[in-house]
Design a protein around this ligand. Sequence first.
Ligand code: CA2
Length: 150
Amino acid sequence: MELPLISVLNGPNLNMLGLRQPKIYGRATLDDVEQICIQNAEQLDIAIDFRQTNDEGELISWIQECRDKAKGIIINGGAYSHTSIAILDALLAVELPVIEVHISNIYRRETFRHHSYISHAATGVICGLGLQGYALALNAMANLIEEDNQ
Ligand code: CA2
């Protein structure tokens, strides 16, 4: 039986994880985040497609592609979370469960990070729990998909 696919999408600068600003984002790299997601997905019997881009248009295209292939989207939109109505529109159009993740607690940071357009399309939002946020999001998404199937 084919495993349900969850798309895990990462936005701009997340490829810099572990290379700069360890006080805010920790020392783990994006490869470490992917490994955590792969391990958790195996335990949850789901498949993941893990990606990162610095390009807003590419992120929108990836969200649109999810319509035909994914059962849910986990997204850390990076700074586009705070600026992009276009990404919000893509997430609303795709009509899939969305969980938004931020590694840092955006509410303890600058006020311009306190608002996220992406949150308007999200079933749930996880922030401030570091890489664990991705694992929690996968767990929650697996439950949402199972509820949907019943
Ligand atoms: O906390 C998060 O996960 C963020 O989405 C990370 C974004 C930031 O713009 C959001 O407000 C919150 C930044 C992506 C990571 O940027 C880095 C830059 C330099 C070094 C390491 C990471």
